[in-house]
Ligand binder design. Sequence first.
Ligand code: ADP
Length: 465
Amino acid sequence: MTDKKQSLWLHYGFSAGIVLLTLLTVAWYATDRFRDFFIDHLQGTLESRAITVDQSIKNSNIDAACHMLQLSDPDLRVTIINKKGIVLCDSEVDANTMENHAQRPEISQALSGQRGSSTRFSATLQTSMLYFSIPRSEDEKVIGAIRTAISLISIDRLLDELYRQFMILLIVLLAIISIVIVNIYRKINQPLAEIVEQANLFAKGDFSHALPEYDIKEIAELGNALNRMAEQLDRLENLRQDFVANVSHELKTPIATIKSYVETLLDGAQHDPADLERFLSIVCKQNDRLAAIVDDLLTLSRLESAPITQILALNEADACQLLHFSAENCQSRAEAKNITIDINCKDNIEIQVDHSLMTQALVNLIDNAIKYSNEDKTITLSVEETGNKILLSVSDEGPGIPEQHIPRLFERFYRVDKSRSRRIGGTGLGLAIVKHIVHIHGGQVEVENNGTVGCRFSIILPISH
Ligand code: ADP
């Protein structure tokens, strides 16, 4: 058993202990009150009996009263005592055999003119008794006492029975509590132990098993939360592994190419000026490609690592101006392919953007349009305001994008035609960067084919008031 389980057992034991202790206290208190109540009641009976005996002595004489006493009420013992403590008459025992009673507490009280009561074991009757005494008086003077007594044996038996029943009740309760505790243990500790074990497996990267659905709501919630976390971790881990594999793969080719051309040059090709220039330009191109990949990776990691508010410098910008500025950025590359960039927009559409990031997103889209279009084509940039959204779009007359590739197009390193992308210097990260930039602006990016020719990428931004 682990420390944790022991500590929960301790809680269970402690709670059970408190319940039992409370029950015991209640039982003890209840029987005690019960005894007090009975004794009070008996004292009343004893007192009224003593008063009747006193009356009957006054009306007749002691001898006659004594005779009467022996006949009446077998449960109640009556003793008549004179003022010196000598027993004159007793309903149970021969008065002549009884010692002086002046020192008995209830009698000494009665002889001093008060009512007295006491409970004690009677040596004469061999049982515990409740005594009650009243003074007998004549002309305002105490002339003796009348004592009535009753055996407490029946009360004691009753109380014993009560105790016994309480004990049985306690044992039954103890059994029930134990069953409940074992049940709670099964329902809580076992799932908890399983969850701990499973969490440890998750921590080691083993996501092969999920936690089952538990009966108890809170534990089931914990289990489900852990399962969701595991799924998420698993997904992230897969993404990370894919990403690392992709990055390595992307870097490998240019590095290997550079190495092989440099080796060829060192092996002697450097002495042929034509080869030297050709190979060096290849090395240079591959180096540019490496630099482009590293640049894009750095951009992505910067976009992902810092909190959005730290990256974004939001400012009011005119959408048209932004398109013009981005187009100018790409102008030389467009001219190289004799591609025309048309800009279609009305003035005065204001947007809240981080100027340099949004320019980068637009440049990526325009550059793609240039890269994937043939010579002499036209690229159209436009701004539209629809409802509470602003659409910035880049439309081209290139090959378009086969529908089945569209869902994954914005993933890192996803390419429709790998060799074509590489040949024209693509890193496979351009659209992933666009998507990220647009997302942190609270917008989304979409692509659709323009019927038979080309496609149209749209950055959709919410209008901020
Ligand atoms: P790359 O560096 O390969 O261009 P991107 O992330 O920018 O990477 O684009 C991903 C893929 O989407 C490209 O490889 C290409 O297949 C496709 N693509 C992007 N823009 C266009 C476009 N305007 N026309 C046709 N295909 C495109």
